[in-house]
Ligand binder design. Structure first.
Ligand code: NBY
Length: 816
């Protein structure tokens, strides 16, 4: 950055000498130590700062370019971000990995060992949070000015341990050893109100909050790949006012009372709610949502005013994407700011608001659609409730004028649910307040418009569209699978595919090339050796790198049907005991976390571990079948498992998984999918070709029909001897006593049609095994999967959002 009048900045260079000088100097000035006496943690922290400095320089130039261009900015509001580890990413994006490796080696330290000190900030549950991170990566890579807003939870998603086969949740104090990637911005604190009352002052309504909490931002840098752009994610942490601590109480020995007020405030950003489907946590959760929204909107307005003075251009300069409904309070909050604080008239404010917001829905499950009790909402946010009512009034008037006399329709479209309790429907609020609403895969967007949001789609068809999810090829191929990335670059003659993923098509011509196939298999085998080393250290289970690596990794949910996979494992075990040639040598890897309160799936985790114990101890199947539950699935674990996978399990009940993104990551890394016609599986199969995908199961329409009809899982179990044997094995207690509850859900309602799809699933698995027996055939399928995955790049997803929702232009950042 040019500094015409200030003191000269230290030059940031990429040569080994410059890198070493900066590293040693950071060690000395930031950690107060020297190479001779530094701990590994010291070296890690200094290395991180050295790499970070290279991004800071780009960030400064990015901010200058944005200020000059006054562009339309994309603001992404999300309660979750799963950014993954930062060190290797940032080494790569700054082109300093080799330099760092050499410099450290010269200093007698190994980069690989140091890199293990890097901690992933697990500020999310699953797909929704990781999608946010992939989109930010692609936004920066596309030079689109963007800020991600989120909450800096002190404790991320719980760390999962397995004790006696069961999930145990431990706190994830991710910043415990320091957090070198963060830039705290204490001087930008922002007050957020809660509770209180509404007063009328000179004819205007105004909220007088009763409680105030401070939002303290901190930044993480989000570099683009192959560009100078560095965007930011701005995470808010709740702080009490500095005089909230009660000295008198403390002096009198009442230490708990002394910190009461501090705790009450700071609890707001204490933990991420580990729900991945239904809503719970109530008041604190609603407080979190408003906290995020209030801090972020204030910041967005501040940024707007740095470059503009006229509200009429606000929506031309600002687009706010709501990542699901968790930040939907932003709609009434922007109205409150515009009408109450900036004194715009209601209609002008409403027109600005609608043009500003867009909403992405990530579910179809009715139980996952957020609603808030009106009574709670009124107590916490009295002025916002008035605004929601006013928005609803105008909205229902519009419905009445378009569909006169249809009281039922008005009730269905209302922002307020009346029965059994009055509640605010956040998805309705988000739709009404947005100019664009999108689902995350073609099937999902269609079903949204036909079922969940059908009435809205009839009212405003022009608002609805699909934007199929995508994943970052930088993280999930280049960083996670450097061996495959190197092979691809070698054959495609460069790394252009990293930002133009359709180039992978060039690999299709090599699918049958035996030498290329051999190299492809060597890469996969080496990746399996890495996974095996980790699994052995973490669980003691030994994996065979030549076995088919069959992975079911994602959050635990009944609709994702980990139990269907487990029934397959039990049947395989039976078959192999009778005939060792009944299946190919296979390793089945399960990983994923269950919401702590989701008892039914925590039981499934226990059952998996029970089955794994029996199978792995059975000499009759040694070397044929191994089952492992790898604890604590997160982005870092995914980066280890995904490159090693041969077979990708995407077996949710059709019509339940909005999109899935693990399906994309695995196929991109050459895993072949066994999957249902659900979410983005459909688009994946269309692209990689039906011959390179093992399809099974009922489709969404058929599933809905079965559910409506007279479905009798017991009859299916009775007429399929292998299934009956698998269920009997669970019942007889060999995997642990008392799994009657699991059997009851299967034989009772079997909500997710596990038994209905069992036979088709086994047939698909047999087809997969047959393909695996022919390595040339399998490898060709694997290569074709990677070759046809270009569409699933997050760069394409961002281009779709840009062209069809955001209409934001890139702002290139000039090199130094
Ligand atoms: O979003 C996931 C979908 O299940 C998956 O199909 C899709 O690919 C992905 C990205 O679009 N949804 C998801 O991860 N949802 C959550 O994690 C979540 C978190 C919290 C709550 C609800 C859902 N909550 O109610 O608090």
């Amino acid at each position: 950055m040019e500094q015409p009048n200030g003191p000269a900045l230290r030059a940031i260079g990429t040569t080994a000498a410059e890198f070493e000088r900066d590293l040693v100097s950071n060690l000395y000035f930031e950690r107060g130590t020297t190479m001779e006496s530094a701990s590994a943690q010291d070296v890690y922290q200094s290395l991180a700062v050295t790499v970070r400095d290279r991004l800071v320089d780009r960030r400064a130039r990015t901010a200058t370019a944005h200020q000059a261009a006054n562009p339309r900015c994309v603001y992404y509001l999300s309660a979750e971000y799963m950014l993954g580890r930062q060190l290797r990413q940032n080494l790569q994006y700054t082109g300093t990995e080799e330099v760092a490796r050499d410099v450290l080696k010269g200093l007698g330290v190994s980069l690989d060992e140091i890199a293990d000190f890097d901690v992933e900030p697990s500020l999310g549950n699953g797909g929704l949070g990781r999608l946010a991170a992939c989109l930010l990566d692609a936004l920066a890579t596309a030079d689109i000015p963007a800020v991600g807003y989120g909450i800096r939870y002190d404790l991320g998603l719980f760390r999962q341990a397995i004790v006696d086969g069961a999930q145990v949740e431990r706190p994830d104090d991710w910043a415990f050893d320091g957090s070198p990637w963060e830039f705290p911005q204490q001087d930008d604190r922002q007050a957020v109100g809660f509770y209180g009352r509404v007063e009328v002052e000179a004819g205007r309504r105004r909220w007088i909050p009763e409680e105030t909490v401070l939002g303290e931002p901190s930044h993480m840098l989000v570099p683009g790949y192959g560009t100078q752009t560095v965007n930011i994610v701005r995470l808010w942490r709740a702080r009490a006012d500095s005089d909230a601590f009660n000295l008198a109480d403390f002096a009198a020995g009442r230490s708990a009372e002394a910190v009461q007020e501090v705790l009450r405030s700071e609890n707001i950003s204490k933990v991420l709610y580990p729900a991945d489907s239904t809503e719970f946590g109530r008041e604190l959760r609603l407080k979190q949502q408003y906290f995020l929204v209030s801090c972020s909107l204030w910041d967005i307005v501040r940024r707007f005013h740095l470059r503009n003075s006229d509200w009429t251009v606000f929506a031309d300069k600002t687009v706010i994407q709501l990542n699901d409904t968790h930040p939907a309070l932003a709609v009434p909050e922007l109205m409150r700011l515009l009408v109450d604080e900036y004194e715009l008239d209601w209609d002008t404010a409403w027109s600005i608001t609608r043009r500003t917001f867009a909403y992405t829905c990530h579910t179809l499950l009715p139980e996952a659609l957020e609603t808030w009790p009106v009574a709670l909402f009124e107590r916490l946010l009295p002025r916002h409730l008035e605004i929601v009512y006013a928005i609803n009034q105008t909205h229902l008037d519009e419905v009445e004028s378009r569909f006169p006399g249809d009281g039922d329709l008005r009730r269905r479209l209302s922002l307020i649910q009346e029965e059994p309790e009055r509640r605010i429907r956040m998805a309705h609020l988000a739709v009404v307040g947005s100019h664009a609403v999108n689902g995350v895969a073609e099937l999902h967007s269609r079903l949204l418009a036909e079922t969940t949001l059908a009435d809205f789609a009839r009212l405003w068809p022009e608002r609805f569209r699909n934007v199929t999810n995508g994943v970052s090829p930088r993280r999930f191929l280049r960083l996670a699978n450097p061996r495959l990335a190197a092979l691809i670059s070698e054959r495609l003659g460069g790394e252009g595919w990293l930002t133009d993923l359709d180039q992978l098509r060039g690999l299709a011509a090599l699918a049958g090339d035996s030498e290329f196939q051999r190299r492809w298999r060597v890469v996969k085998r080496d990746n399996k050796l890495d996974l095996a080393a980790y699994v052995r250290a973490a669980t003691g289970v030994v994996l065979d790198p030549d076995a088919l690596c069959d992975v079911h990794v994602k959050r635990f949910h009944e609709y994702k049907r980990q139990l269907l996979k487990l029934l397959h494992v039990i049947t395989l075990h039976d078959r192999l005991r009778a005939d060792p040639g009944a299946d190919v040598p296979r390793t089945v890897v399960f990983a994923g976390k269950a919401a702590p309160s989701y008892h039914a799936v925590k039981r499934i985790i226990q059952l998996i571990n029970g089955v794994a114990k029996v199978v792995n101890a059975d000499p009759a199947v040694a070397g044929r079948l191994t089952v492992v539950f790898l604890p604590d699935y997160n982005v870092t674990r995914a980066e280890l498992i995904v490159p090693a996978a041969d077979l990708s399990e995407q077996i949710s009940l059709a019509g339940k998984e909005a999109s899935g993104t693990g399906n994309m990551k695995l196929a991109l890394n050459g895993a072949v999918t066994v999957g249902t016609l659900d979410g983005a599986n459909i688009e994946l199969r269309d692209r990689v070709g039906a011959d390179n995908f093992f399809l099974f199961g009922v489709d969404a329409a058929c599933a809905a029909e079965v559910r409506r009809g007279d479905y009798r899982p017991g009859e299916i179990a009775g007429s399929d001897p292998e299934l009956a044997a698998a269920l009997a094995a669970i019942a007889d207690g060999r995997y642990g006593a008392g799994f009657g509850d699991v059997l009851d859900t299967l034989l009772g309602r079997d909500e997710y049609l596990t038994l209905a799809d069992y036979r088709a699933y086994l047939d698909a698995q047999d087809a997969a095994a047959a393909a695996w027996r022919d390595p040339a055939r399998w490898t060709a399928m694997s290569i074709r999967n990677t070759a046809h995955c270009g569409f699933f790049s997050a760069d394409r997803t961002v281009a779709d959002y840009r062209d069809r929702i955001w209409h934001a232009d890139p702002v290139p950042v000039p090199p130094r």
